[in-house]
Design a protein around this ligand. Sequence first.
Ligand code: F6P
Length: 547
Amino acid sequence: MSTGPVDATTTPAWQRLTALAEGFTPDLRSALADEEWVRRSTLQAGDLYVDLSKNLVDPDVWKALRALAAEVGLEERRDAMFRGEHINITEDRAVLHTALRLPADASLVVDGQDVVADVHAVLERVYAFADKVRSGEWTGHTGQRIRTVVNIGIGGSDLGPVMAYEALAPYRQDGLECRFISNIDPTDAATTLAGLDPATTLFIVSSKTFGTLETLTNARLCKAWLLEGLGADESAVTRHFVAVSTALDKVAAFGIDPANAFGFWDWVGGRYSVDSAIGTSLAVAVGPERFTELLAGMHAMDEHFRTADLEHNVPALMGLLNVWYTDFLGAQTHAVLPYSQLLHRFPAYLQQLTMESNGKGVRWDGTPVTSDTGEVFWGEPGTNGQHAFYQLIHQGTRVIPADFIAFANPAYALKDGDTDVHELFLANFLAQTQALALGKTADEVRAEGTAEEIVPARVFSGNRPTTSIIAPDLTPSVLGQLIALYEHITFTQGVVWGIDSFDQWGVELGKQLALRISPAIAGDETVAAQQDASTRSLIAYYHQHRR
Ligand code: F6P
């Protein structure tokens, strides 16, 4: 993989898309009156039914987007990823999160090593540990069973496990709770530990590098809290701390028994690691069987992405659509709106996945990109968002493509009198995408008897793009499919833009500066004097006000 990326903007397909965008006048009212358009725009990927018909595209745009995929070599790069080639160029690493969910009887030899055997060896250890905690066989220092598992991690070592723990709430074991500490704001540790009994609490220190300031600081805070609470010495740590990391030497140096450490590999990016041992807290909460179903769902989506032709390849098409919106229709953000309270952390999870992957201005050979890249991903569950920010999506001045996600069956079926509340919920899911697509004309507003001076404020332009994704139930498998879907959407966009979606150098500078500034906050005037004027004045404010 030493050749440079194709500059997408120089391809014939890009020129074609530029021309198509210039005269593009979307008409979703006509499109949605056309049964054939909707039929052709609706695809199945695993258990996900994906309706792309309410997007601002037409057959010519689709054709040009598929040509773009061919001209930038999307399928070749996808295959290189699945083979384990070092497509993470700046870190010279393979990108093999897909190997984490290969079935045990598969084989994938990378750099002379059968990674599938390695993956399943760790999975078995994670599952054995999870079973012991769930059954009560694993006891704390005082012999009591574990009631609370606290995952200490940040970024990919937190967001995936939290998101999935919340999403799979109906599958959790009663009497066994997981909590999560991520922020170095001491409030996080203080409030998360409040009310817990050290004798029944077990910590999982999750850090790919085992060098992350937040995680190691929080792990030390938790260790001190544990030992003080138990009135015990360091020997108690073994029964209350396990670790997940690629740096097992650092785990041992921290004082955690290597027998209680679960490894993974540098070819798993942090934001792609929920299905590695980083998901240990989740495996404890929902059990090995459900965790295996999650992996199987991810694998099913991998297979779809790897084998489906471009016309039916949902992640590839959704990634190409995002390029169309970002680079040709001027979209700057992308909303993800789950009509599922259980997915309330899914948008936050996707923010790291998409923005840490594609928020870059140079390509993987170091040359500057020649088009806009990564959109801002954001979102909240419906219907809450409807009463907060949907106003801007309906009537604002910006194009905001939005993914709506829903499930035919509720996790909790409740009735309000005779009304099935889930049906009311789904009616909102359908109504919002319909309103965004079809809008409401001035004549329709007038026909409701609206006073003329208010008519403009009550008009909806329509032609606001959405994708609807619906599945039967939010099972572990379906959650896995959704995660892998967005991983591959992100990959597709990265390939078009020619960027390395698997490094994250942009997070480093702030980390370095925090360490450099830290002595100034502690009172070192020499270091304070070296700062810029704004930072100096903020440090001075701190010293004046800190009690
Ligand atoms: O600072 C960004 C980052 O490196 C993420 O990519 C990663 O998920 C997170 O920090 C946590 O890193 P680690 O798992 O090594 O503690």
